[in-house]
Every structure is written in C-alpha cells, then in structure tokens.
Design a protein around this ligand. Structure first.
Ligand code: URA
Length: 185
C-alpha cells in the first residue's frame, strides 16, 4: 500500500469533527496521484457524499467538460476538497471542520507533489492562499505558498450561476493546461 492509500484508510474512520456523524461517505480525492496539478474544491455536496467521489454533480460535469476542452484529462489530474465530509445543507466549512481536515489535504499535497495547486473558488483560495483572497480580482494569478505554487480559478458552481463568467473560467483553465504541459517537458 502506498502512502496516499494509507492516508485514505486513516481518513475512512476519521472522527476529528462532528461531520463524521452525518456523512454517508468520505470524499477523499480522485485521480492520478502522480499528477502535476492538484485541484482543491470546497467540500462534498449531496451527490459526492452519496458516491464518495469529488465533483460528480452539475459543477463537476462543467469542470470535467472545460478540462477536456483545454486538453486536460480528468483521470490524469488529482481532485480533492478542503473538507472530506459534506457539511449539512452545503453550508460553508467552519473553522473547527477546516482545522480538523486540513492536515489530510496538506499531506495529499505533500505526497502528490503537484507543480501547481489550483483552488476552485473563493473558499479554497481563502484557506490555502490568503484569508482575504479576492476571487474576481486575483483568479488566474500565480502565488507562492508554503506548499508550493498555487492559483485560484472561479468555482464551477459559480460559473453555472453566472454563465457570463464562463470565458474567464475557460481562459484560466487554458493557462493551467499550458503550465501542466510545460512542466511535463
Ligand atoms: N463542490 C465542491 O467544492 N466540491 C465537490 O466535490 C463538489 C462540489
């Protein structure tokens, strides 16, 4: 068993925060553990909680489609969330939940060693890049963090709510594809 699988096994029985009492499944992460890019969303929604995989609902379908449009294969990237369990009614993660769950994410980043970590939306960016992150002003910009280069793009659910943001989302995803392909040599 590799280190990522060991971490997954540990996560399966996690009771570090009260969300462990309401989850159907842990949503640990999915994709290629050797990927050069790691995407981080906010937290599992209803569909993700039911099937144990990240981004499988409407936002996930948009994410997958735009990845394909820019030549990124969803199976070839690694996708996870700030929280591994679903918050009730999909509310924002709270501090207790984040503090309990963040060590799993930091360990995933350490083990995958991406050349780029991509935060999907303001919540992930404010936890991983800077607390007062301004998503509409700072999306698509590269930041140096304690765990390596990171960038935020709009959350696909936000793009679904405001379809005029689609061009920004696609442009940022194109930039990500170029960085990833450049890093593969
Ligand atoms: N939204 C997220 O932030 N993460 C998911 O896994 C699904 C929807």
């Amino acid at each position: 068993m590799n280190e990522l699988q060991i971490l997954y096994e540990q996560c399966l029985t996690c009771t570090r925060c009260p969300l462990s009492g309401s989850r159907t499944n842990i949503v640990f992460g999915q994709g290629n553990p050797g990927s050069h890019v790691l995407f981080v969303g906010e937290a599992p929604g209803e569909k993700e909680d039911l099937c144990g995989q990240p981004f499988v609902g409407r936002a996930g379908m948009l994410l997958t489609k735009v990845m394909e449009q820019v030549g990124l294969d969803r199976q070839d990237v690694y996708i996870t969330n700030i929280l591994k369990c679903r918050p009730p009614q999909n509310r924002d993660p709270n501090r207790e939940e984040e503090q309990a769950c963040l060590p799993y994410l930091l360990e995933q980043i350490r083990l995958v060693r991406p050349v780029l970590t991509v935060c999907l939306g303001r919540i992930a960016a404010s936890r991983l890049i800077r607390p007062d992150f301004r998503i509409m002003k700072e999306h698509g910009i590269m930041f140096e963090t304690s765990f390596g280069p990171a960038m935020a793009i709009l959350h696909p659910a936000a793009v679904l709510r405001n379809i005029r943001q689609m061009d920004l989302f696609v442009a940022d995803m194109n930039q990500i594809a170029r960085i990833v392909k450049g890093s593969e040599g």
